[in-house]
Design a protein around this ligand. Structure first.
Ligand code: AMP
Ligand code: MG
Length: 318
């Protein structure tokens, strides 16, 4: 059922109270996290969770991440072994999602984990997200607040662009600081399911060993693993030295005045924060029939997450 209007809620105690009330009533609220805006619904309410899949047009086999205000709350829904405890202590709150055994009999909607015996949990660092989660007092299922397969939102206006009329409200918390989604780690055995806001190097340092990468484009555990994802309308070309005729060129490092760059100083943190906004802007600039060409980005630190998103943006569309 289409809603008349998606409300923009202010980042104030009143706005967050209103957002929590909408969640309690089974409604959907997008809210800022340090990674991207999440599309939140009560993870114990089947109808709310079903509506998340509906609003995004997301395949039901793709499980959702639940968001909690702290580690103690997370332990209620998932089983933490010693390794999971250590990772949570090192990286939470922050852009790391842990895939852990689902605790039985908690009342979590089975739609959240899409039939898996595991659940993905995260404690976000964004103060507004934590405040909202505390006010709500339960687990919030929240995939990125964009139509499935499209570019993730890093501003409230991006959410409105993609989901207006399909969700009750958006809390406007300004631009997201990290700008790429959380790193997803399956904990036992340790397996990297998606590169993201916590660099793989930092996880490997904490674990004391290198990490294997899991999942595949044909049998995805994570929708972020689908070959085509994060896709703008315009076709994308990677590792470009310059823009050809009909292409919007996005550089990495110094750019000519007026040209587009992910980061003029070649800073990966800045490039990650800019990525989805620039991808959207380049898509608009390219217009009908135009294309986007990206300069190479180093495959280290946050560069891994950036390149992962760019490869999927460039992948043949399904
Ligand atoms: P999004 O919220 O759109 O960034 O996507 C959330 C990601 O978490 C998806 O890629 C999910 O497939 C992944 N995820 C959630 N639950 C699980 C799980 N139990 N096992 C593996 N991946 C999961
Ligand atoms: Mg997503």
């Amino acid at each position: 059922m289409p809603l008349a209007e998606t409300r923009l809620l202010p980042a104030s105690p009143e706005g967050l109270d209103e957002a929590a009330a909408i969640l309690r009533a089974g409604g959907l609220v997008a809210f800022p996290t340090e990674t991207v805006y999440g599309l939140g619904g009560d993870a114990t309410n089947d109808r709310a969770v079903a509506r998340i899949f509906g609003a995004k047009g997301r395949p039901r086999f793709n499980p959702l991440i639940i968001h909690l205000p702290d580690l103690a709350a997370a332990r209620h829904w998932a089983v933490f072994d010693a390794r999971a405890e250590a990772l949570a202590a090192a990286f939470w709150p922050g852009p790391l999602t842990l895939v852990l055994p689902l605790r039985e009999g908690t009342g979590l909607s089975p739609l959240v984990s899409a039939g898996h015996p595991t659940v993905a949990v995260r404690v976000p660092a964004h103060p507004l997200a934590r405040d909202l989660l505390t006010r709500f007092g339960g687990p919030v299922a929240a995939p990125s607040a964009n139509p499935s397969g499209r570019v993730s939102p890093t501003r409230a206006a991006h959410v409105i662009e993609g989901l207006s009329g399909r969700i009750e409200a958006v809390v406007d918390g300004g631009p997201c600081a990290v700008g790429v989604e959380s790193t997803i780690l399956s904990v036992d055995p340790p397996l990297l399911l998606r590169p993201g806001g916590v660099p793989v190097e930092a996880l490997e340092a904490a674990l004391g060993h290198s990490l294997a990468t899991g999942g595949s484009a044909t049998a995805p555990n994570a929708p972020g693993q689908l070959a085509s994802h994060y896709a703008p309308v315009a076709p994308v070309r990677l590792n470009a030295a310059y823009g050809e005729a009909g292409e919007v060129f996005v550089g990495f490092g110094p750019a000519a005045p007026g040209a587009v760059t992910l980061s003029a100083s070649g800073d990966l943190t800045e490039a990650a924060a800019n990525l989805f906004h620039i991808l959207r802007a380049a898509d608009r600039l390219a217009g009908q029939g135009g294309r986007i060409a990206f300069a190479p980005v180093p495959e280290t630190g946050l560069g891994r997450a950036i390149n992962d998103r760019l490869r999927r943006a460039a992948a043949p569309r399904g």
